[in-house]
Design a protein around this ligand. Sequence first.
Ligand code: 0O2
Length: 231
Amino acid sequence: MEKGKGILTERGLAGMLASGDAARAVAMFEKLRRLMACYRCAIMEVETKFRVLDAQFSARYERNPIDTIKSRLKSPESILGKLERRGFEKTLESVERNLNDVAGVRVICSFKDDIYTLADCLLQQDDVRLVRAKDYIKNPKPNGYRSLHLIVETPIFMPEEKRLMRVEVQLRTIAMEFWANLEHKLRYKKDLPEELAASVADRLSACAERSALLDDEMGRIRTVLEGVRLQ
Ligand code: 0O2
């Protein structure tokens, strides 16, 4: 397996998908490189859609619903790991068919209401098709995780063809992002005794609750201040 600093490279992943056949591996690498380029373009398309929406809100209502946009392309190591964990075929076709999160765009908003406003605005666009939505804000995960996840399909235009690509969009508030980042870091400390692990999980879930209350209160304050501004 070709690895660089412990990370599986695209060439390494192509080699593994080709199961040791050198000529197939070269062809596979070229196809994988092109597929990843398409996912990168899809990220650019979706990011641009959100930047345009943010600019429109700024021009019309003098406010920016988006605090930050973070995007990532799933690493070859992570792609292979997910195919293996889920028992999917290890082929490029299977990556496209079965993995919805190779391209990921995270939109971080200041206020919870803006998450739904932006999601509606995105899904109204006629070149965006909703594949699946998971609302972990209305239905938080048992550990307290909150975010709105949308799998969308959108076209990218290449010199000779149009290709539909799937992108996972995660929308969350600054407070939800803060919690998710810390929880993600803490989750790697797996060698805790059972009792301590349970108490840490309870405390993390309590933090998520408090942070959700904070989001709600900030939203109410905004509503009051907007009312004053409109008078
Ligand atoms: P990364 O590097 O963050 O992307 P699916 O494959 O879509 O059918 P899956 O993978 O269970 O099903 O999707 P889901 O539940 O929509 O959530 C996947 C992503 O959401 C994760 O990506 C995280 O980014 C985030 N997420 C979900 N649950 C949690 C959680 O409990 N804590 C934190 N911190 N993040 C969470 P990956 O695959 O972990 O990796």
